[in-house]
Design a protein around this ligand. Sequence first.
Ligand SMILES: Nc1ncnc2c1ncn2[C@@H]1O[C@H](COP(=O)(O)OP(=O)(O)OP(=O)(O)O)[C@@H](O)[C@H]1O
Ligand SMILES: [Mg+2]
Length: 313
Amino acid sequence: MPSGIRDADAVIRVRDLQKRYGEVQAVAGISFEVGRGEVFGLLGPNGAGKSTTIEILEGLRAQDAGEATVLGLDVRHQASALKERIGVQLQSAALYPRLTVHEVLELFASFYASSVPPDQLIEALDLGERRNAQTRQLSGGQRQRLSVALSLVNDPELVFLDEPTTGMDPAARRSLWDLVRGLRAKGRTVLLTTHYMEEAEELCDRLAIMDHGRILEIGTVDQLVSRRFTERTIRYERLSGIDDATLAAFPGVTRVAHEDDEATLLYTRDVAGTIGALLGAAEARGVEPRGLGIRSPSLEDVFLALTGHAIRD
Ligand SMILES: Nc1ncnc2c1ncn2[C@@H]1O[C@H](COP(=O)(O)OP(=O)(O)OP(=O)(O)O)[C@@H](O)[C@H]1O
Ligand SMILES: [Mg+2]
Protein backbone atom coordinates (compact mmCIF):
# COMPACT_ATOMS: atom_id res chain seq x y z
CA MET A 1 0.00 0.00 0.00
CA PRO A 2 1.52 3.32 -1.05
CA SER A 3 2.14 5.86 1.66
CA GLY A 4 -0.67 8.26 2.39
CA ILE A 5 -3.61 6.13 1.25
CA ARG A 6 -5.62 4.20 3.74
CA ASP A 7 -7.47 1.26 2.31
CA ALA A 8 -10.85 2.90 2.86
CA ASP A 9 -9.80 5.98 0.92
CA ALA A 10 -8.76 4.17 -2.22
CA VAL A 11 -11.12 4.90 -5.11
CA ILE A 12 -9.15 2.71 -7.51
CA ARG A 13 -7.63 -0.56 -6.42
CA VAL A 14 -5.77 -2.75 -8.89
CA ARG A 15 -4.19 -6.12 -8.08
CA ASP A 16 -2.02 -8.07 -10.49
CA LEU A 17 -3.97 -6.92 -13.54
CA GLN A 18 -3.17 -8.68 -16.82
CA LYS A 19 -4.30 -8.33 -20.41
CA ARG A 20 -2.95 -9.99 -23.53
CA TYR A 21 -3.80 -9.39 -27.18
CA GLY A 22 -2.60 -12.48 -29.05
CA GLU A 23 1.15 -12.42 -28.77
CA VAL A 24 1.29 -9.03 -27.06
CA GLN A 25 1.22 -8.92 -23.27
CA ALA A 26 -0.20 -5.39 -23.08
CA VAL A 27 -0.57 -5.37 -19.29
CA ALA A 28 1.72 -7.78 -17.47
CA GLY A 29 0.53 -7.90 -13.87
CA ILE A 30 0.27 -4.42 -12.38
CA SER A 31 -0.92 -3.30 -8.95
CA PHE A 32 -1.61 0.18 -7.63
CA GLU A 33 -4.08 2.26 -5.66
CA VAL A 34 -5.41 5.75 -6.19
CA GLY A 35 -6.73 7.71 -3.23
CA ARG A 36 -9.77 9.99 -3.20
CA GLY A 37 -8.87 13.48 -4.36
CA GLU A 38 -5.61 12.45 -5.99
CA VAL A 39 -4.40 13.29 -9.46
CA PHE A 40 -2.65 10.07 -10.39
CA GLY A 41 -0.65 9.64 -13.59
CA LEU A 42 0.36 6.68 -15.70
CA LEU A 43 3.51 7.84 -17.47
CA GLY A 44 4.95 5.74 -20.24
CA PRO A 45 5.93 5.59 -23.90
CA ASN A 46 3.77 4.38 -26.81
CA GLY A 47 2.64 0.81 -26.28
CA ALA A 48 3.37 0.79 -22.54
CA GLY A 49 -0.17 -0.43 -21.78
CA LYS A 50 -1.61 2.83 -20.43
CA SER A 51 -4.78 2.89 -22.55
CA THR A 52 -5.40 -0.81 -22.01
CA THR A 53 -5.18 -0.28 -18.24
CA ILE A 54 -7.45 2.75 -18.25
CA GLU A 55 -10.02 1.03 -20.50
CA ILE A 56 -10.19 -1.95 -18.15
CA LEU A 57 -10.77 0.42 -15.22
CA GLU A 58 -13.54 2.18 -17.18
CA GLY A 59 -15.30 -1.16 -17.69
CA LEU A 60 -14.76 -0.98 -21.46
CA ARG A 61 -12.39 -3.93 -21.75
CA ALA A 62 -12.21 -7.17 -19.79
CA GLN A 63 -8.97 -8.17 -18.12
CA ASP A 64 -7.58 -11.71 -18.46
CA ALA A 65 -6.59 -11.91 -14.81
CA GLY A 66 -6.32 -9.83 -11.68
CA GLU A 67 -8.72 -7.67 -9.71
CA ALA A 68 -9.81 -4.10 -10.30
CA THR A 69 -12.30 -2.16 -8.22
CA VAL A 70 -13.27 1.42 -8.94
CA LEU A 71 -15.41 3.38 -6.48
CA GLY A 72 -15.94 0.09 -4.70
CA LEU A 73 -17.37 -1.56 -7.82
CA ASP A 74 -15.87 -4.57 -9.57
CA VAL A 75 -15.12 -3.30 -13.08
CA ARG A 76 -15.83 -6.65 -14.68
CA HIS A 77 -19.23 -7.32 -13.15
CA GLN A 78 -20.58 -3.87 -12.28
CA ALA A 79 -19.58 -1.86 -15.32
CA SER A 80 -22.96 -0.27 -15.94
CA ALA A 81 -23.29 1.07 -12.38
CA LEU A 82 -19.74 2.35 -12.73
CA LYS A 83 -20.39 4.27 -15.95
CA GLU A 84 -22.91 6.55 -14.22
CA ARG A 85 -20.30 7.73 -11.77
CA ILE A 86 -17.13 8.14 -13.81
CA GLY A 87 -16.02 10.47 -16.58
CA VAL A 88 -14.28 8.96 -19.57
CA GLN A 89 -12.13 10.73 -22.12
CA LEU A 90 -10.90 8.28 -24.72
CA GLN A 91 -7.65 8.61 -26.61
CA SER A 92 -9.43 8.40 -29.97
CA ALA A 93 -13.04 9.31 -29.37
CA ALA A 94 -15.46 9.06 -32.29
CA LEU A 95 -17.51 12.25 -32.15
CA TYR A 96 -20.71 12.64 -34.12
CA PRO A 97 -19.25 14.52 -37.13
CA ARG A 98 -22.38 16.43 -38.14
CA LEU A 99 -23.47 17.55 -34.71
CA THR A 100 -22.25 20.86 -33.38
CA VAL A 101 -20.17 21.20 -30.24
CA HIS A 102 -23.24 22.36 -28.32
CA GLU A 103 -25.44 19.58 -29.73
CA VAL A 104 -23.02 16.80 -28.90
CA LEU A 105 -22.69 18.08 -25.32
CA GLU A 106 -26.48 18.22 -25.05
CA LEU A 107 -26.77 14.69 -26.39
CA PHE A 108 -24.27 13.31 -23.87
CA ALA A 109 -25.96 15.25 -21.08
CA SER A 110 -29.25 13.54 -21.95
CA PHE A 111 -27.71 10.15 -21.11
CA TYR A 112 -27.49 11.06 -17.43
CA ALA A 113 -29.99 11.75 -14.70
CA SER A 114 -28.11 14.87 -13.71
CA SER A 115 -25.62 16.77 -15.83
CA VAL A 116 -23.60 19.95 -16.22
CA PRO A 117 -25.14 22.53 -18.60
CA PRO A 118 -23.38 22.41 -22.02
CA ASP A 119 -22.55 26.12 -21.98
CA GLN A 120 -20.72 25.76 -18.69
CA LEU A 121 -18.49 23.09 -20.23
CA ILE A 122 -18.04 25.11 -23.42
CA GLU A 123 -16.80 27.96 -21.28
CA ALA A 124 -14.58 25.74 -19.11
CA LEU A 125 -12.87 24.20 -22.15
CA ASP A 126 -12.65 27.52 -24.00
CA LEU A 127 -14.76 26.33 -26.93
CA GLY A 128 -17.01 29.41 -27.11
CA GLU A 129 -15.89 30.38 -30.62
CA ARG A 130 -16.64 26.87 -31.88
CA ARG A 131 -19.95 26.45 -30.08
CA ASN A 132 -21.97 26.08 -33.29
CA ALA A 133 -19.30 24.39 -35.40
CA GLN A 134 -19.81 20.78 -36.46
CA THR A 135 -17.37 18.50 -34.71
CA ARG A 136 -15.85 17.44 -38.07
CA GLN A 137 -14.73 21.06 -38.56
CA LEU A 138 -12.74 21.19 -35.34
CA SER A 139 -8.95 21.23 -35.20
CA GLY A 140 -7.17 18.39 -33.40
CA GLY A 141 -6.68 20.42 -30.24
CA GLN A 142 -10.30 21.58 -30.25
CA ARG A 143 -11.55 18.00 -30.67
CA GLN A 144 -9.36 17.05 -27.77
CA ARG A 145 -10.88 19.81 -25.63
CA LEU A 146 -14.38 18.69 -26.62
CA SER A 147 -13.58 15.11 -25.63
CA VAL A 148 -12.44 16.37 -22.21
CA ALA A 149 -15.65 18.43 -21.91
CA LEU A 150 -17.66 15.29 -22.69
CA SER A 151 -15.91 13.41 -19.91
CA LEU A 152 -17.21 16.00 -17.44
CA VAL A 153 -20.84 16.03 -18.58
CA ASN A 154 -22.09 13.93 -15.65
CA ASP A 155 -20.05 15.91 -13.10
CA PRO A 156 -18.19 12.71 -12.17
CA GLU A 157 -16.41 12.07 -8.90
CA LEU A 158 -13.66 10.23 -10.80
CA VAL A 159 -12.38 11.26 -14.23
CA PHE A 160 -10.22 9.20 -16.59
CA LEU A 161 -8.22 11.23 -19.08
CA ASP A 162 -6.20 9.32 -21.68
CA GLU A 163 -3.45 11.62 -22.98
CA PRO A 164 -5.71 14.64 -22.59
CA THR A 165 -3.28 17.23 -23.92
CA THR A 166 -1.93 15.45 -26.97
CA GLY A 167 -2.31 17.76 -29.97
CA MET A 168 -2.94 20.83 -27.84
CA ASP A 169 -0.89 24.00 -28.17
CA PRO A 170 0.98 25.15 -25.05
CA ALA A 171 -1.73 27.63 -24.02
CA ALA A 172 -4.49 25.01 -24.28
CA ARG A 173 -2.31 22.54 -22.41
CA ARG A 174 -1.82 24.97 -19.54
CA SER A 175 -5.50 25.76 -19.37
CA LEU A 176 -6.30 22.04 -19.23
CA TRP A 177 -3.82 21.68 -16.36
CA ASP A 178 -5.70 24.43 -14.55
CA LEU A 179 -8.95 22.60 -15.16
CA VAL A 180 -7.52 19.40 -13.67
CA ARG A 181 -6.26 21.36 -10.66
CA GLY A 182 -9.76 22.78 -10.32
CA LEU A 183 -11.17 19.24 -10.24
CA ARG A 184 -8.70 18.34 -7.52
CA ALA A 185 -9.66 21.44 -5.55
CA LYS A 186 -13.27 20.20 -5.64
CA GLY A 187 -12.14 16.87 -4.19
CA ARG A 188 -12.51 14.93 -7.44
CA THR A 189 -10.12 12.14 -8.37
CA VAL A 190 -8.32 12.10 -11.70
CA LEU A 191 -6.46 9.24 -13.37
CA LEU A 192 -4.61 10.44 -16.43
CA THR A 193 -2.10 9.00 -18.83
CA THR A 194 0.62 11.01 -20.44
CA HIS A 195 3.95 10.77 -22.12
CA TYR A 196 4.85 14.35 -21.31
CA MET A 197 7.33 14.57 -18.43
CA GLU A 198 6.41 18.16 -17.74
CA GLU A 199 2.74 17.30 -17.50
CA ALA A 200 3.46 14.51 -15.03
CA GLU A 201 5.69 16.80 -12.96
CA GLU A 202 3.24 19.71 -12.99
CA LEU A 203 0.04 17.86 -12.41
CA CYS A 204 0.36 14.50 -10.74
CA ASP A 205 0.29 14.05 -6.97
CA ARG A 206 1.67 10.58 -7.59
CA LEU A 207 2.52 8.65 -10.68
CA ALA A 208 3.36 5.21 -11.93
CA ILE A 209 6.08 4.81 -14.52
CA MET A 210 4.97 2.16 -17.03
CA ASP A 211 6.92 0.38 -19.72
CA HIS A 212 6.16 -2.87 -21.59
CA GLY A 213 3.02 -3.53 -19.56
CA ARG A 214 4.72 -3.23 -16.20
CA ILE A 215 4.86 -0.58 -13.50
CA LEU A 216 8.49 0.10 -12.74
CA GLU A 217 8.02 2.55 -9.89
CA ILE A 218 5.25 4.46 -8.10
CA GLY A 219 5.49 7.62 -6.02
CA THR A 220 5.53 11.39 -5.96
CA VAL A 221 8.00 13.01 -8.32
CA ASP A 222 10.23 13.84 -5.34
CA GLN A 223 10.10 10.27 -4.07
CA LEU A 224 10.92 8.85 -7.50
CA VAL A 225 13.87 11.19 -7.86
CA SER A 226 15.29 10.83 -4.36
CA ARG A 227 14.91 7.03 -4.34
CA ARG A 228 17.17 6.79 -7.34
CA PHE A 229 19.46 9.77 -7.02
CA THR A 230 21.02 10.87 -3.77
CA GLU A 231 23.32 13.36 -5.49
CA ARG A 232 23.04 16.83 -6.92
CA THR A 233 25.25 18.16 -9.68
CA ILE A 234 27.22 21.38 -9.34
CA ARG A 235 28.32 22.83 -12.64
CA TYR A 236 30.58 25.78 -13.40
CA GLU A 237 32.78 27.08 -16.20
CA ARG A 238 36.07 25.30 -16.12
CA LEU A 239 38.69 26.93 -13.87
CA SER A 240 42.39 26.46 -14.34
CA GLY A 241 44.51 25.77 -11.32
CA ILE A 242 42.35 23.33 -9.33
CA ASP A 243 43.09 19.76 -10.31
CA ASP A 244 40.62 16.89 -10.21
CA ALA A 245 42.20 15.26 -7.18
CA THR A 246 41.61 18.45 -5.18
CA LEU A 247 37.99 18.67 -6.37
CA ALA A 248 37.37 15.00 -5.56
CA ALA A 249 38.48 15.64 -1.97
CA PHE A 250 35.86 18.37 -1.36
CA PRO A 251 33.15 17.47 1.19
CA GLY A 252 30.43 15.27 -0.29
CA VAL A 253 31.92 14.92 -3.75
CA THR A 254 31.45 11.47 -5.26
CA ARG A 255 32.62 12.11 -8.79
CA VAL A 256 34.25 14.79 -10.92
CA ALA A 257 33.48 15.11 -14.62
CA HIS A 258 34.07 17.57 -17.43
CA GLU A 259 31.66 18.61 -20.13
CA ASP A 260 33.81 19.05 -23.23
CA ASP A 261 36.46 21.58 -22.28
CA GLU A 262 33.98 24.11 -21.03
CA ALA A 263 32.41 23.04 -17.80
CA THR A 264 33.24 21.03 -14.72
CA LEU A 265 30.62 18.87 -13.01
CA LEU A 266 30.87 17.91 -9.36
CA TYR A 267 28.46 15.19 -8.19
CA THR A 268 27.89 15.72 -4.50
CA ARG A 269 25.86 14.62 -1.49
CA ASP A 270 26.70 17.89 0.29
CA VAL A 271 25.91 20.86 -1.90
CA ALA A 272 26.75 23.54 0.68
CA GLY A 273 30.01 21.86 1.74
CA THR A 274 31.16 21.39 -1.84
CA ILE A 275 30.38 24.95 -2.88
CA GLY A 276 32.09 26.33 0.23
CA ALA A 277 35.24 24.35 -0.52
CA LEU A 278 35.14 25.34 -4.18
CA LEU A 279 34.83 29.06 -3.39
CA GLY A 280 37.62 28.78 -0.82
CA ALA A 281 39.98 27.01 -3.22
CA ALA A 282 39.18 29.48 -5.98
CA GLU A 283 39.78 32.47 -3.75
CA ALA A 284 43.14 31.08 -2.61
CA ARG A 285 44.14 30.99 -6.27
CA GLY A 286 42.74 34.44 -7.05
CA VAL A 287 40.03 33.17 -9.40
CA GLU A 288 36.25 33.06 -9.26
CA PRO A 289 33.98 30.30 -10.55
CA ARG A 290 31.62 31.56 -13.24
CA GLY A 291 28.25 30.19 -14.32
CA LEU A 292 27.90 28.33 -11.06
CA GLY A 293 24.69 26.31 -10.92
CA ILE A 294 23.11 23.39 -9.11
CA ARG A 295 21.15 20.80 -10.98
CA SER A 296 18.77 18.32 -9.39
CA PRO A 297 17.90 15.16 -11.28
CA SER A 298 14.52 15.35 -12.99
CA LEU A 299 11.75 12.88 -13.68
CA GLU A 300 13.32 12.46 -17.11
CA ASP A 301 16.55 11.25 -15.49
CA VAL A 302 14.53 8.77 -13.42
CA PHE A 303 12.71 7.52 -16.49
CA LEU A 304 15.97 7.06 -18.35
CA ALA A 305 17.57 5.24 -15.43
CA LEU A 306 14.56 2.92 -15.02
CA THR A 307 13.83 2.07 -18.64
CA GLY A 308 17.19 2.60 -20.31
CA HIS A 309 15.54 4.74 -22.97
CA ALA A 310 14.06 8.20 -23.41
CA ILE A 311 10.26 8.37 -23.43
CA ARG A 312 10.29 9.43 -27.09
CA ASP A 313 12.94 7.78 -29.19
N1 LIG B 1 -7.15 -3.91 -29.60
C1 LIG B 1 -5.89 -4.32 -29.66
N2 LIG B 1 -5.53 -5.43 -30.34
C2 LIG B 1 -4.26 -5.85 -30.37
N3 LIG B 1 -3.22 -5.25 -29.76
C3 LIG B 1 -3.50 -4.13 -29.06
C4 LIG B 1 -4.84 -3.62 -28.98
N4 LIG B 1 -4.79 -2.50 -28.22
C5 LIG B 1 -3.50 -2.33 -27.85
N5 LIG B 1 -2.73 -3.32 -28.36
C6 LIG B 1 -1.29 -3.49 -28.12
O1 LIG B 1 -1.08 -3.55 -26.72
C7 LIG B 1 0.07 -2.81 -26.34
C8 LIG B 1 -0.32 -1.72 -25.34
O2 LIG B 1 -1.14 -0.78 -26.03
P1 LIG B 1 -1.81 0.46 -25.29
O3 LIG B 1 -2.69 1.12 -26.29
O4 LIG B 1 -2.41 0.02 -24.03
O5 LIG B 1 -0.53 1.35 -24.98
P2 LIG B 1 -0.42 2.89 -24.58
O6 LIG B 1 0.54 2.95 -23.44
O7 LIG B 1 -1.76 3.47 -24.39
O8 LIG B 1 0.29 3.52 -25.85
P3 LIG B 1 0.11 5.01 -26.53
O9 LIG B 1 1.01 5.93 -25.78
O10 LIG B 1 0.61 4.78 -27.93
O11 LIG B 1 -1.32 5.38 -26.47
C9 LIG B 1 0.67 -2.28 -27.62
O12 LIG B 1 1.69 -3.16 -28.03
C10 LIG B 1 -0.49 -2.30 -28.58
O13 LIG B 1 -0.03 -2.49 -29.90
MG1 LIG C 1 -2.74 4.98 -25.28
